[in-house]
Design a protein around this ligand. Structure first.
Ligand code: ATP
Length: 199
């Protein structure tokens, strides 16, 4: 599995469509302060399902949409696509190349696509869960994140270890099953109440 490319369009300082292609080996991105290096990393986190505006250095999610400059009007939409080579099926999908796209409009509408097909945020998160690429993994380390992990609460550190160890997926499935079980129990109680009333 390898990162092939990243396309940004209207995301933060990237007002115009910009495609970054990653060659084999290591890629370094250099540029003056404020030129958008961190915005590129944030675009990767965002397209992979980041939900915290604060972690993307914003107050609200719409802050990722290009806000205008001296020479350019603000835009109404941010779009980022990331493409992975998945010939080794490292990501749990039959596709040998996976392109994920996320769009956000100023009115709050948003859209996720996997290889051009509409999907849910959950599908994107599930794709990366336990891959070591998830939101809580060590694959993307932002400025200040190392200190945050070491100074963080033990539960937060545990979440990082669980993601790396590959148990996060099972924990999430267990939570979902427990929630469903609770709902089913509530329904059963309601049915019993109705039966008692009818008797
Ligand atoms: P440094 O080397 O100082 O860490 P950097 O190259 O990582 O800088 P970024 O922090 O990625 O730079 O980019 C900051 C720039 O992005 C600022 O000029 C900021 O105004 C711009 N920016 C952030 N959000 C938006 C937005 N929504 N619309 C337009 N520009 C934005």
């Amino acid at each position: 599995m390898r990162l092939i490319s990243l396309e940004l369009n209207g995301f933060k300082s990237f007002a115009q469509k910009t495609k970054i292609e990653f060659m084999a080996g290591m890629t370094g991105i250099v540029g003056p302060n404020g030129s958008g290096k961190s915005n590129i990393i944030e675009a990767i986190r965002w397209v992979m399902g980041e939900q915290s505006a604060k972690d993307l250095r914003g107050g609200k999610m719409a802050d990722v949409i290009f806000a205008g400059s001296a020479t350019r009007k603000p835009l109404n939409r941010a779009e980022v696509s990331i493409t992975f080579d998945n010939q080794d099926h490292y990501l749990a999908s039959d596709y040998t190349e996976i392109k994920i796209t996320r769009r956000l409009y100023r009115n709050g509408d948003s859209q996720y696509l996997i290889n051009g097909n509409d999907c849910r945020l959950k599908d994107v998160l599930d794709l990366f869960m336990d891959s070591g690429l998830g939101r809580e993994s060590f694959s993307i380390i932002s400025q200040g994140r190392v200190e945050a992990i070491f100074n963080g609460k033990p539960e937060d550190r545990r979440a990082v270890i669980e993601e790396v160890a590959g148990v996060a997926k099972y924990k999430k499935n267990k939570d979902t099953a427990e929630k469903r079980l609770g709902e089913t129990n509530d329904n059963l109680h309601r049915v019993n109440d109705i039966i008692t009333e009818l008797e």
